[in-house]
Write a protein that binds this ligand. Structure first.
Ligand code: BGC
Length: 366
């Protein structure tokens, strides 16, 4: 399997940046930041800056952080960027956390490339910066990254799309459309690259055809991860390309967009294509059980928050947090030591098993 060296940077810049990163970085072991070794008081303030609630995982994360940090003996300040002017909101929230003396600031970035000033302030004040779920780009001032393996998420989505179409129609060629997430979220390109790692060979062989010809991430992007943007794009694709052609499948990067795509297809009175997703949102799990959306990804938010709090505890004790991937995430300036959790594909066939330890979701599979 192809291993991507620099998941955080645009393709053209990869080689140069990777070289810079290698020569500038003396400690690529994934070990501690400048702060580890010192520790801090057990009841210190920990800041958590989350993006707007563009999907259920973010809604869940807020309470999990508030409760988990409290249980671990910390004080917490958990903030969400608002629905509009999200970048400015988040910048102000992070600055306020620095002023209040937070020892660790956990950030789910609203815009990966717009936080350099704030994370610099945090570092200068002696705080450790952890990028949560989404990488923060173009800054040396991010210490750690904790996320589900985003490239793997994309690969699982690409494979699910192929499997789902084959199950419905044993022989190709298959006609598909591609959707990707918001361009300001570093994950969007990584999900898309992972999916294309699986789909591109099939496209090259002619087994899979992108009906509209729109295969560039600039064409497939969904600004702000907003459902209405995906729905509009699907409406116009159906108009331009599918008046007589059959659409077999749609690569959707997450559940919110998957449901928007399905709504568009239903509205046009067309047969439902195989549609992928991500996040195991309640409405999408219902849709999967009803045989509409084909797949989602299980990225249990409880485990991601737990792993992040483990990092905070290690830092508090003066230890280097555990890292399991020191190489994959180059943010354009440095390789950010990462802890990546394994994502799981979920279809109707394995939903009951996949959600067995999640009371809310498992109830939907009975
Ligand atoms: C997360 C996804 C989520 C998306 C939209 C991404 O950064 O990794 O789980 O669906 O943001 O909120």
């Amino acid at each position: 399997m192809r291993k991507y060296l620099a998941r955080g940077v645009a393709a053209g810049a990869i080689a140069l940046l990777a070289l810079t990163a290698c020569s500038e970085r003396s400690d690529s072991s994934g070990g501690g930041s400048a702060d580890s070794g010192k520790g801090f008081a057990a009841n210190s303030l920990i800041g958590v800056a989350l993006p707007a609630k563009t999907s259920e995982n973010w809604v869940l994360a807020g309470d999990l952080f508030t409760n988990g940090l409290k249980e671990a003996g910390f004080q917490s300040d958990v903030q969400y960027a608002g629905a509009s002017s999200t970048v400015a909101d988040q910048q102000a929230q992070i600055s306020a956390m620095v002023t209040k003396g937070a020892k660790v600031i956990v950030i789910g970035a609203t815009d990966a490339a717009q936080l350099s000033t704030q994370v610099k302030q945090a570092k200068e004040a002696g705080a450790t910066v952890i990028a949560y779920d989404r990488l923060i780009k173009n800054t040396p001032d991010v210490d750690y990254y904790v996320a589900y393996d985003n490239f793997k998420v994309g690969q699982l989505q690409g494979q699910a799309l192929l499997d789902g179409m084959k199950a419905k129609k044993p022989n190709g060629p298959y006609t598909i459309e591609l959707f990707s997430g918001s361009p300001d979220d570093n994950n969007s390109a990584v999900f898309f690259d992972g999916a294309m790692d699986v789909l591109k060979p099939e496209i090259d062989k002619g087994n899979v055809v992108v009906g509209s010809g729109q295969t560039d991430i600039k064409q497939t992007a969904t600004q702000g991860w907003k459902a209405e943007n995906a729905q509009q794009r699907m409406d116009s694709l159906l108009n331009s390309t599918y008046s007589s052609k059959t659409l077999d499948g749609v690569l959707s990067p997450n559940d919110t967009l998957a449901r928007a795509i399905l709504t568009s297809v239903k509205g046009a009175g067309k047969p439902l294509p195989v549609v992928t997703g991500q996040d195991s949102e309640v409405e999408s799990v219902k849709s999967i059980m009803a045989g509409e959306q084909y797949s989602t990804i299980n990225k249990d938010t409880r485990n991601l928050v737990k792993q992040t709090i483990e990092m905070v505890k290690a830092l508090q004790a003066g230890n280097a947090p555990q890292i399991n991937d020191p190489n994959s995430y180059n943010n354009g300036v440095k390789i950010v030591p990462s802890y990546l959790l394994p994502p799981q594909i979920v279809t109707k066939a394995n939903a009951a098993e996949a959600y067995a330890n999640d009371p809310t979701l498992s109830a939907l599979t009975k």
